[in-house]
Design a protein around this ligand. Structure first.
Ligand SMILES: Cc1cc2nc3c(=O)[nH]c(=O)nc-3n(C[C@H](O)[C@H](O)[C@H](O)COP(=O)(O)OP(=O)(O)OC[C@H]3O[C@@H](n4cnc5c(N)ncnc54)[C@H](O)[C@@H]3O)c2cc1C
Length: 339
């Protein structure tokens, strides 16, 4: 797919909305094929939900916790464009508590993390493609056979032959609707409903609060996932940073709860699960409005050939980091059939 020997007959100007893993993957492959690619990102840096927050002494992965690489093309792609040093296997004990209250192990398979933080991967990938940061694409207007893009303040962003949108479904739908593309936007109505939010908290302790697992899925109604962030390779934290993710349904019901209260509830739930009573000495909270997508159709990508608009993202292919890669590859196979 990202074979350098591929020759494309036509150079296209392609805009990509979003610099998460799906946007960067699409951008790199298309650029390798000789196209003229610009990636627009509303945030300060690339990465999207492969995110880390600065905390004292280092950083904590506040979004995706680890990724799998079942697609044999994924690791070679990362090695080539992000570099061997940007990710490593997370050797840990991963478990979940079943309905009988017993702990069971996750299936054996390699789990990878960015080193020294998740964003190391997307930062390295972004060096291969032109990423225009702090630029939220607000509207696309069709002029003859090209798209004129503008940001949310009406500033022009250029003219393009094709546009790939990789934002989460709600943001993709808004962009299509604000561009007068109501029919295209309606394809996203169902996916928008399937994306759930997530309250995330990073907490710091001087000593280990739980020594049985490095990552665990709990059966607590408030707490979905707990990870010892400091146990990931390449982290050199003093003390221990742990990451807690709220249950998606609980987060949905508490999405407007003030951050401090949401964090306190998650920390209480952590105490109930682990029995560890100490107060964390630092707490960093983040609310994901669009965290994970569940169920629904997973066609891999959407491609509207007459409009020259493609849509890719994790939610079209399994809802995970590897799904974001798979979705971008699947879209490009359709846009450029011989690749
Ligand atoms: C709390 C949490 C835990 C997770 N845990 C895991 C896990 O353990 N394992 C796993 O595999 N996956 C996990 N995931 C899912 C994983 O993070 C995603 O599947 C993956 O990162 C999605 O990549 P993406 O490129 O499709 O989308 P994103 O990373 O969301 O990228 C979309 C980008 O588009 C940008 N954008 C949006 N609108 C615009 C606009 N109008 N103009 C410009 N830019 C725009 C956004 O800022 C963002 O950077 C988790 C996610 C969360 C939030």
């Amino acid at each position: 797919m990202f074979n350098e020997s591929f020759q494309t007959p036509l150079i296209r100007r392609i805009a990509i909305v979003g610099s998460g893993l799906s946007g960067l993957t699409a951008g790199i492959i298309l650029q390798e094929q000789g196209h003229d690619v610009s990636v627009f990102e509303k945030s300060r840096g690339p990465g999207g939900r492969l995110a880390a927050k600065r905390v004292s002494g280092g950083s904590a992965d506040i979004g995706a916790q680890y990724f799998t690489a079942r697609n044999p093309d994924f690791l070679p792609f990362l090695r080539k464009y992000a570099g061997e040093e940007s990710f490593e296997t997370w050797q840990g004990r991963f478990g979940f508590r079943d309905s009988s209250g017993e702990w069971s192990s996750f299936p054996e398979e390699p789990r990878y993390v960015g080193t020294p933080r998740m964003t190391a991967i997307t930062r390295a990938l972004s060096a291969h493609v032109n990423v225009v940061a702090e630029t939220r694409v607000g509207k696309m207007t069709r002029n003859d056979s090209e798209w004129a893009l503008e940001d949310v303040n009406g500033n022009p962003l250029g003219h393009f032959d094709q546009v790939i949108i990789t934002a989460p479904p709600a943001q993709s739908r808004d962009l299509l609707a604000d561009s007068g593309l109501a029919e295209l936007a309606s394809h996203l109505d169902d996916p928008v409903e399937r994306v759930l939010p997530c309250w995330a908290v990073a907490i710091h302790f001087e000593q280990t609060p739980w020594s049985h697992h490095e990552g665990m899925r709990t059966d607590h109604p408030v707490l979905y996932w707990v990870a010892n962030n400091s146990s990931k390779p390449g982290r050199e934290d003093s003390g221990q940073w742990w990451v807690l993710h709220g249950d998606p349904e609980w987060t949905k019901q508490n999405v407007d709860t003030p951050a401090e209260q949401a964090a306190a509830r998650l920390i209480d739930a952590f105490r109930e699960v682990t029995g560890f009573d100490d107060e964390p000495d630092e707490v960093v909270t983040h609310r994901w409005l669009y965290a994970r997508s569940e169920g629904g159709d997973q066609p891999g990508h959407l491609w509207f050939s007459e409009d020259g608009i493609g849509i890719a993202g994790d939610w079209l292919s399994g809802g995970r980091v590897e799904g974001a890669f798979n979705s971008a590859c699947s879209l490009i196979r359709t846009m450029v059939p011989d690749s």
